[in-house]
Design a protein around this ligand. Structure first.
Ligand SMILES: [Zn+2]
Length: 191
């Protein structure tokens, strides 16, 4: 079962303490905990909802500046595997495989594999997005019910809402690792 305490465990405790305190056991608003949580990733819905954080992150990504732009595909994979209702079930395995490639070989590996896939796809099918076989070496996608809590969420990566550059690469790595871990921890046969 989901462990709610996971939400306060991040690699940047000084950044997340404000959020953690908000949902702490001593918080008189604790009764409202359910309605204040994102149904996807389990992060506190306040002060900034996940959807708005994702919009802000996409704006940074599309600026193509480092450190955000080069990690766009990784960040999108993390976010969508933590909010999987936003796209078809069939889209999950390639996100999963991309994150494994990233954790194995870093952004350079993801970039090389993405470029290779685009070259191949432009011959086959007019340059569609990479498919799951573009990122070989990942274990099979755990085709289970999506987790609803994660050790790191977009709220942790966002800091105060501006995705600070100095921690961004490390934060995304933790975000990716915790996304993989949460999915892996859920066996396919929950019954
Ligand atoms: Zn969320």
């Amino acid at each position: 079962m989901p462990r709610l305490t996971q939400l306060t465990m991040t690699e940047a405790p000084e950044k997340s303490r404000a959020r953690g305190d908000r949902i702490g056991a001593a918080d008189p608003q604790c009764d409202d905990e359910r309605v204040q949580r994102c149904p996807g990733c389990g992060a506190p819905a306040l002060p900034i909802p996940c959807d708005e954080l994702f919009e802000r992150l996409l704006a940074l990504d599309h600026s193509r500046q480092a450190p955000w732009g080069p990690l766009h595909g990784v960040a999108v994979a993390c976010f969508l595997l933590q909010h999987p209702s936003r796209e078809p079930v069939s889209a999950r395995p390639v996100r999963w495989a991309l994150l494994h490639a990233f954790l194995r070989g870093g952004q350079a590996e993801v970039a090389a594999l993405t470029q290779r896939a685009r070259r191949l796809n432009s011959h086959r099918s007019g340059g569609q997005s990479p498919r799951v076989d573009a990122f070989p070496g990942a274990p099979a996608f755990p085709d289970s019910e999506p987790p609803t809590t994660f050790g790191t969420t977009i709220a942790d990566v966002a800091g105060d809402g501006d995705f600070p550059a100095e921690h961004y690469a490390d934060s995304v790595r933790t975000w990716a690792a915790d996304t993989i871990e949460a999915w892996q921890a859920r066996p396919g046969d929950q019954g």
